[in-house]
Ligand binder design. Structure first.
Ligand code: OGA
Ligand code: MN
Length: 427
């Protein structure tokens, strides 16, 4: 604090003893204060009284007597008569008196405020080390960025329009039929994150039943699907899938970081030696390399066996060979239906490395489509109607939009388990 302020402050009054817990002193000072307050009040009242001009008749013969009398008047009353009441001073006294009742920190602030009010130079801002300042600014920026990212992710869930130039270009079938979700209508915003109770979520799902809804089957398992990962083009397609429970399931973070690394280590070893293929333009897959593996390290084998138990009605009827597909940053999978000659009712795939958008389109009615956001370490399961009646594809980077938000495509790996063909002689 500047010396200037300190000087004025010290001139104003002595600081009260905040540490003293002597009750007598406290009572005494209270009494003194009360007396002072009364005195001030009296002064104010006197000032308010209308001043009437009085003319006194002075009998010259009694002049001496009067003079004598005035000499006998009490010194106090004489003093009162001589005091010129200063309203400014009274206000200052009241202020000064009032702030003594504050606790120490507020008292200090109030003293400074009073000093500044009386013309003191305001104190300089607290000195802060330059490095500390940079650190503080950095932390503040990081926090802001985190909140922005949260808002962006919430935008995913609530279909809030992002600041995206591609927005109008990327409009999908059925879009625009749904009003925008207002942040304020559901849940509570806390520290940049929208907290939702179970009640909020069911309210949300009811309001947006045909954009976002979760598969009932998944919620009964210990694993939870994220309903915001699936976008239906219309109520019709949502209803169609709902009738066929668990034909489309998505599990975010199915793999732990450790399991993810184990797979990457094992796959990278042999994939590195292969070249990406960009052969014929009408191939279903573009920019890819692949492998079929039946031998896995014990820990990876264990994960695969869990997936088989989760995804397949009869885990013993699955193909021993697991399909490993590696698509480059510019690679993609065109719409196709897996040949029924080689694959049964169910496909379960782990999706690693890059996020991507998997699209399903009905083979006979192109207006019926579903977009799924596959994050790294996620597992998808497709069965029956989705497996047989819908094509599936992985969008190329330029088209990789989910809910109008670009999902950048990079190298992406998938590990796919299938079951045996329903009728090997078919097809
Ligand atoms: C396929 C296929 C999907 C994936 O290889 O037939 O559709 O997740 N792969 O890589
Ligand atoms: Mn396929």
């Amino acid at each position: 604090m500047s010396r200037h302020v300190d000087d004025i402050k010290n001139m104003l009054f002595d600081e009260p003893d905040f540490d003293s817990d002597n009750n007598d002193d406290e009572i005494k000072s209270k009494t003194v204060r009360r007396k002072q307050r009364k005195k001030l009040q009296k002064q104010l009242e006197e000032k308010k009284k209308p001043s009437v001009e009085t003319i006194a008749f002075r009998d010259p013969s009694k002049k001496k007597k009067i003079l004598n009398k005035s000499n006998t008047s009490s010194p106090v009353s004489q003093q009162n008569e001589n005091v010129e009441f200063d309203l400014e001073k009274a206000r200052f006294d009241v202020h000064k008196f009032g702030i003594k009742g504050f606790e120490k920190s507020k008292y200090e602030d109030a003293r400074v405020a009073l000093a500044v009010n009386l013309g003191a130079r305001p104190p300089k801002r607290k000195f802060i080390n330059y490095r500390e300042l940079i650190e503080q600014n950095r932390a503040k920026k990081a926090k802001e960025k985190e909140e922005e990212e949260n808002a962006r992710l919430l935008g995913d869930i609530f279909h809030k329009s992002p600041n995206n130039k591609q927005k109008s270009k990327q409009k999908r079938i059925g879009e625009g039929d749904v009003g925008l979700m207002r942040f304020s209508s559901v849940g509570k915003f806390q520290g940049g994150v929208l907290k939702l109770t179970d009640k909020d979520i069911s309210k949300l799902l009811k309001q947006h039943s045909y954009r976002l809804y979760s598969s009932q089957v998944i919620s009964s398992s210990s694993l939870k699907s994220n309903p915001s990962n699936i976008i239906y083009s219309s109520q019709k397609v949502a209803d169609l899938l709902q009738k066929q429970s668990n034909c489309l399931q998505i599990f975010d973070n199915y793999l732990t970081d450790n399991e993810n690394n184990n797979f990457l280590k094992e796959i990278d070893g042999y994939m590195k030696r292969k070249r990406y293929e960009y052969s014929h333009w009408d191939n279903a897959i573009h920019g890819y390399r692949e492998s079929e593996r039946s031998e896995w390290t014990p820990e990876n084998q264990q994960v695969l066996s869990h997936i088989r138990q989760l995804a397949f009605d009869d885990p013993t009827q699955t193909l021993v060979h697991v399909h490993v597909l590696d698509i480059a940053k510019d690679g993609y999978i065109k719409p196709h239906i897996d040949a029924i000659r080689y694959c049964g009712t169910t496909i379960a795939g782990l999706s690693l490395l890059s996020s991507c958008v998997m699209r399903f389109v009905h083979k006979d009615d192109k207006t019926l489509s579903i977009d799924v956001l596959l994050k790294p370490k996620s597992l998808y399961i497709i069965k029956n109607i989705i497996r047989f009646d819908f094509t599936h594809e992985i969008l190329k980077d330029q088209e990789s939009y989910f809910n109008n938000i670009h999902i950048p495509r990079n190298r992406r790996l998938s590990i796919i388990c299938r079951n045996m063909p329903v009728d090997p002689s078919a097809g």
